[in-house]
Design a protein around this ligand. Structure first.
Ligand SMILES: Cc1ncc(COP(=O)(O)O)c(C=O)c1O
Length: 439
């Protein structure tokens, strides 16, 4: 049992609620991870808040004009009516059309219609409900988004095999990843979640790495194991370098092999700068399934949706549709992309100019909202606290080893100063430790 769950259970011990808790009720807790640390930063990060996964400009979240303009003018049917369980039909078709445009390698033949869920988090959780039982294993990257352990481990009671995706090389540690997949294949079933652009590293595979990943998954399927690949594409599209594939790996997996089931989670949350919409899509595909199987799987998801939230948010779905149809959207998305890419380049420039730091080693990054440092000698939490309390800078500590910085939330001109402060603070903490003989 997690220590935080234990703490809550002891507060509730002896009460009627404590006696009535289910096994899940006893296991669950609210982690001291990204959301808690970012709540702390909201009040204390007076210099810059680089904690939460949102993109800001001049203190406000970015917002598409189609959303701002249409929000006050939704009809009753577009705002207060219930949406169908699997989502508004026109929205699902419009998203599918976009999906095919953004990922030309997807072959429609073995692809489901996207299902609307209340956010990518919900989509991952529902997918886990359907495909991960108590005691079953799922491979994730290490480090990974902290919510995976709450979903796969605490909620579903599955076992996460966290594979270090990065060693000291410039990209993915393909040897480590291959070994983990081959090992899991011995059980006859491999479940893996791939999240590119990755949270917290900010990494997406190069074309060569993606080829290697696809070949590995095919080899495992050909060897007789069933492979479930969940593609968490939350940050899709924010690819800042030319050597990264501009499509989701999902496209290559849909038609790969009868023994590979690919499930894509995506949505407007980050792609269309609509974090609070609470809507996303689940799309399934496999060479081993036809449309009748897709329909049966959609009904399975509908059962999960019906029995949990009943349906997703109606106004968000219609606003999304209007955004997809608005002629201004493409230009605005390009402008926002350029804004974030400018921030990314400023971070890269700083790091290139400061190649060796005694405490902080950046993990490879080339996409998305974040970059992370691997911390040596000083714990990430110690650096986070010092940055927040002494410098007013909010960052995220993930375990002892990783410090995540959301460059998407920092203005480009602030980046050199903020990174200078992060580097200086980490060095000072290390020196203090040396003087005080803690190392
Ligand atoms: C990797 C990853 N997946 C999913 C999500 C959540 O997406 P949503 O807000 O649509 O639930 C996040 C948000 O921080 C994320 O970083």
């Amino acid at each position: 049992m997690n220590i935080l769950a234990d703490e809550l259970n002891s507060v509730l011990a002896g009460t009627i609620a404590g006696r009535l808790l289910s096994r899940l009720g006893r296991r669950i807790y609210f982690p001291k991870g990204i959301i808690a640390q970012s709540g702390e930063a909201k009040t204390k990060a007076y210099t810059a808040n680089a904690t939460i996964g949102m993109a800001y400009d001049q203190g406000k979240p970015l917002m598409m004009s189609a959303i701002a303009d249409n929000l006050p003018h939704l009809s009753a049917a577009e705002s207060v009516a219930y949406a169908p369980t699997a989502g508004v039909e026109t929205v699902r078709h419009a998203w599918k059309e976009q999906l095919l445009q953004k990922n030309p390698s997807i072959k429609e033949e073995h692809l489901s219609l996207p299902i609307v869920v209340p956010g990518i988090t919900a989509g991952i959780s529902y997918t886990a409900d359907l495909f991960l039982d108590e005691g079953q294993h799922i491979i994730t990257s290490n480090p990974c988004w902290d919510n995976y352990s709450l979903i796969f481990h605490e909620r579903r009671d599955g076992i996460m095999t966290e594979v270090p995706f990065f060693s000291s090389g410039p990209g993915l540690d393909m040897e480590g990843i291959s070994a983990a997949l081959r090992n899991a294949a011995k059980t006859g079933t491999v479940r893996i979640i791939l999240n590119f652009p990755n949270n917290p590293s900010g990494y997406s595979p190069t074309k060569a790495e993606e080829n290697a990943l696809v070949a590995l998954i095919k080899e495992i399927a050909c060897g007789g194991a069933d492979v479930l690949v969940i593609c968490d594409d939350a940050y899709f599209g924010l690819f800042y370098e030319d050597d990264i594939i501009q499509e989701s790996i999902f496209g290559r997996l849909v038609n790969l092999h009868e023994r590979v089931l690919a499930i894509k989670l995506d949505g407007p949350t980050k792609e269309d700068y609509a974090w609070g919409f609470r809507m996303a899509f689940v799309t399934l595909g496999s060479k081993g399934i036809e449309q009748e199987h897709c329909d049966a799987l959609i009904k399975k998801y509908m059962g999960i949706i019906r029995s949990s939230v009943s349906c997703a948010n109606t106004p968000a779905q219609y606003l999304m549709l209007k955004t997809l149809e608005d002629p201004r959207t493409a230009g605005e998305k390009e402008r926002y992309f350029n804004l974030l890419q400018g921030r990314y380049r400023a971070v890269k420039k700083f790091i290139a100019a400061h190649p060796k730091h005694p405490v902080l080693t950046p993990l490879p990054f080339n996409s998305g909202y974040f970059m992370s440092f691997r911390c040596e000698d000083v714990e990430a939490e110690t650096i986070r606290r010092e940055l927040l309390t002494r410098c007013g800078i909010g960052a995220i500590a993930l375990g002892k080893k990783y410090l995540r910085v959301t460059f998407a939330a920092i203005a480009e001109e602030q980046i050199p100063e903020i990174y200078e402060t992060i580097y200086r603070t980490a060095s000072e903490l290390q020196k203090m430790d040396e003087v005080e003989g803690r190392r």
